[in-house]
Design a protein around this ligand. Structure first.
Ligand SMILES: CC(C)(COP(=O)(O)OP(=O)(O)OC[C@H]1O[C@@H](n2cnc3c(N)ncnc32)[C@H](O)[C@@H]1OP(=O)(O)O)[C@@H](O)C(=O)NCCC(=O)NCCSC(=O)CCC(=O)O
Length: 550
């Protein structure tokens, strides 16, 4: 038997074992004409080249997916990013989405929370509850998660600079529900490097931020073992205008920096690497996007296995969430966005995503209304339940064009990674403004092409309407800032302020040394110290990051 056939047989055996533990959705999959659909389609004998480049799903280098059965076993998690106004309003939207068949939660925080200010801070004025929910203390978090069983639902939180604080609040709500931290499942974004490059919600300078991240890796490995400790994000790099290749290259370079920082802090790679996760964008160039996801998986597997010498196959797997491309949406003829989102979501699924957010049609104009959010969720459900694309693993694997694009993206990504390595790694490249300049250049080129009409955006620079109908938009309560400030005043008058000060002082002292800060943050949170107070305690030790102009 050839090596290919031997490996294929071994994979089939392995898949059978996996299915006995985690059964597939159906006993038998078939098309509408009753043609039986097999788990995997492979060439007659792919030889060594197939084995090296593609392999089998669930096995190194994971080009064809991280699970042997992929969506035949379980659909991706349908995880709509949601949050606005107060914790009550967002809790209501969360419950609505779960009732409508969403399978995971994803929290959008407002800007003050994202940069560690309380709702009553003068810095927060005008921004409270605008782009996400306002969470100033454990009391808000309790309201946000009311009636949601934390041992059953996994929750993602898009929080970066104050990630440790919001994670501590989540753990504390779990404690109140009787769910111990080892039972919690979810993800914090916690990806500060891309904040300096593309997104902007940083607080502390890079070295202190990297320490906090490493502290979280270490703490979670012990206490919250099923938590995804970081969501290393290309999404925002792409939103800032990068190309697909740059999105993968800069994300993986940042990921290398996180892994290196944790290893330098003394953590064994296989202890934290299985819980690293990723987050990518999906744009309209359908086939390039599919190839991008496949290439990213293959490159990461090589990096983890060969560069960092990880032994556990779970450390080699690139698991990722996808969001459809916000920057591709148009304010004009917003219903057209439903079609864009469908194409992008399908690319994510054909690329093997673990979790997916589909944007709402009105997101170029405002936060989504309930109707728009429902249509966005329905879009994923139609792909899952009606299209049949989930019935076989990596259905486009072996397409000449897809494989060519996968190889080509991989080659170009390695070129960037090598260049960034030569510059001293991602942190140095960011400090020198290299990634920022590369993204700005790509973004400017795209803008020029759109303005000249070379790149067509349907309904925006071609096929325009003279009279645009005005859609109904969601408006955030302008009184929210005041309401939240009143609540905070009440909280501060009712809690044990002496205890709060004691715990904040202990945190400060720990920050001056080199202890893991998570237990101190958790202690402060439990005493109802606020987001702003905890972040200010660390600000007083770490200082604030001020960007240079590049
Ligand atoms: C790893 C991911 C990507 C996905 O995790 P999930 O729990 O949803 O999915 P999962 O890990 O694939 O599946 C859950 C469990 O089922 C198992 N499982 C899945 N499929 C299987 C199969 N076929 N066979 C056997 N087991 C299977 C998995 O191994 C896992 O168990 P085990 O764990 O036991 O293995 C995570 O990090 C995540 O959910 N990320 C979401 C990030 C996010 O929503 N971000 C929003 C950003 S929004 C944003 O930034 C917007 C813009 C802005 O604000 O600027």
């Amino acid at each position: 038997m050839s090596a290919f056939k031997e490996k294929l047989e071994a994979w089939r055996e392995k898949a059978k074992k996996a299915i006995s533990k985690f059964p597939e959705r159906e006993e038998r999959f078939a098309t509408s004409s009753d043609i039986e659909v097999e788990r995997l389609y492979v060439p007659e004998d792919g030889g060594q080249e197939y084995l090296e480049k593609l392999g089998f799903p669930g096995e190194y280098p994971f080009t064809r997916g991280i699970q042997p059965t992929m969506y035949r076993g379980r659909y991706w998690t349908m995880r709509q990013y949601a949050g606005f106004g107060s914790a009550e309003e967002t809790n209501e939207r969360f419950r609505y989405l779960l009732e409508q068949g969403q399978t995971g939660l994803s929290t959008a925080f407002d800007l003050p929370t994202q940069i560690g200010y309380d709702a009553d801070d003068p810095m927060a004025r005008g921004e409270v509850g605008k782009v996400g929910v306002s969470i100033s203390s454990l009391a808000d978090m309790e309201t946000l998660l009311k009636g949601i069983p934390l041992d059953k639902v996994s929750t993602s939180m898009t929080i970066n600079a104050p990630a440790s604080v919001l994670l501590a609040m989540y753990i504390a709500v779990g404690e109140k529900q009787g769910v111990t931290s080892d039972k919690l499942t979810g993800t914090i974004q916690n990806d500060i490097l891309k904040e300096y490059v593309a997104r902007g919600t940083y607080i502390y300078p890079p070295q202190h931020s990297m320490r906090l991240i490493t502290n979280i890796f270490e703490y979670c490995a012990e206490k919250v073992p099923n938590w995804n400790t970081i969501s290393i994000s290309g999404y925002h790099i792409r939103e800032a205008g990068s190309t697909a290749v740059q999105e993968v290259a800069f994300t993986l370079s940042n990921a290398i920096a996180y892994v290196q920082a944790a290893i330098d802090a003394g953590l064994p790679v296989d202890k934290f690497a299985p819980r690293l996760s990723f987050f990518f964008n999906a744009h309209n160039n359908f086939l390039e996007e599919i190839a991008k996801f496949r290439a990213a998986r293959r490159i990461w597997a090589k990096i983890m296995r060969h560069r960092f010498k990880a032994q556990d196959p779970k450390s080699w797997q690139l698991r990722f969430h996808t969001q459809t491309g916000g920057s591709t949406l148009t304010a004009q003829q917003p219903d057209n966005n439903i079609v864009r989102v469908t194409i992008q979501a399908l690319a994510a699924v054909l690329g093997g995503t673990q979790s997916l957010h589909t944007n709402s049609r009105d997101e170029a104009l405002a936060l989504p209304t309930e109707d728009s959010a429902r249509i966005a969720l329905r879009t994923q459900q139609i792909i899952a339940y009606e299209s049949g694309v989930s019935d076989t693993v990596d259905p486009l694997g072996g397409s000449y064009y897809i494989e060519y694009l996968t190889d080509e993206i991989e080659k170009r990504v390695w070129e960037y990674i090598e260049k960034i390595d030569e510059m001293g790694g991602a942190v140095a490249a960011i400090e020198q403004g290299y990634m920022q300049r590369e993204i700005q250049h790509a973004s400017y080129q795209t803008q020029l092409e759109i303005e000249s009409g070379k790149q067509i955006v349907v309904g925006m620079n071609k096929f325009k309407l003279d009279n645009e109908p005005q859609p109904e938009l969601l408006r955030v309560n302008p009184e929210l800032g005041r309401i939240q400030a009143e609540r905070l005043a009440k909280l501060r008058s009712e809690r044990n302020n002496e205890e709060v000060q004691k715990r904040l002082q202990a945190l400060k002292q720990a920050a001056e040394g080199d202890a893991n800060l998570m237990p101190y943050i958790l202690d402060a949170v439990r005493a109802y110290a606020t987001t702003g107070e905890i972040c200010n305690a660390m600000r007083s030790v770490f200082g604030e990051y001020r960007p240079s102009l590049f």
